[in-house]
Design a protein around this ligand. Sequence first.
Ligand code: NDP
Length: 289
Amino acid sequence: MFEKPETTAEAPIEIARYAVFGQPIAHSRSPAIHRLFAQAEHIALRYDPIEAGPAEFPRRLAQFAADGGRGANITLPLKAAAHAACRTHGAHARRSGVANTITRRDDGTWHGDNTDGLGLVADIAERLRLDLRGRRTLVLGAGGAAQGVLSALLEAGVESILIANRTPERADALADRIGDPARVHTAYWDGLRDAGAFDLVLNATSAGHAGTALDLPFSILAPRALAYDMNYGSAAIGFTAWARAGEAGHVADGLGMLVEQAAESFRIWHGRRPDTESVYRQLRRELDA
Ligand code: NDP
């Protein structure tokens, strides 16, 4: 009788592939964060950094999809290009016009989300335990990061948002895009001295990366203001030092936001939100070392 030969060769296990696209990308902490989340949640995955500028992004993304890529984070300078590459969008990506998390659907098209704002709100509300409701908010900067967080801040109940940007036209374009003229306004940077005081001052500029100090009057800090820098590490030193000198009630950098926005991406891809505290503490220790 014919017997089926015993086989020792196992079918290759297909590891789900994820990535972060950006330029530069070597410094990105996203691979480490997602690997730690996956370890804690017992999920097998591969997560790679992929260097791409806007010109090569569509080709690199198509290659990633052909290689079985299921989802990706998107960072500077590709968030608008990623939004454009997606056929469908979640509410925050749709409203902001930028995507930081994309997910491949069964029909091969991409779905775009933006988790930056949810990450910022989670860090402020849950880690810092501060209420965002009713805060008069000043957003410094109008790039991809500012663009990504405004709708989540509005949803969290801030009273108003004033956007000031070095290039004022970009602030105006951002306010127009958000489309909430009752609550979102713009100001010239030079006009901040007369703009009053704010309960939340959010640095969403990249000035700290170049070591450039922002020219900011202390008068913008209300007595118990939260001064929040979306940057972390050496890029956050200038703004956070300014805020402490101005006696802001609370001062924070963007490390918590980084971990929380990653957790939101992880939830979109894997259906559960990982615990963020241990990963946050590990990154903080590494940053302080
Ligand atoms: P963009 O390049 O899209 O925008 C940069 C912004 O910074 C622009 O508004 C630009 O103004 C402003 N800017 C740059 N240099 C200066 C300066 N010398 N003085 C005043 N304004 C300046 O970057 P992103 O918006 O994507 O990122 C901004 C920062 O936020 C980055 O440093 C990034 O690392 C950080 N980030 C942190 C995240 C986190 O999870 N913690 C998530 C996303 C971003 P102009 O329009 O005039 O050029």
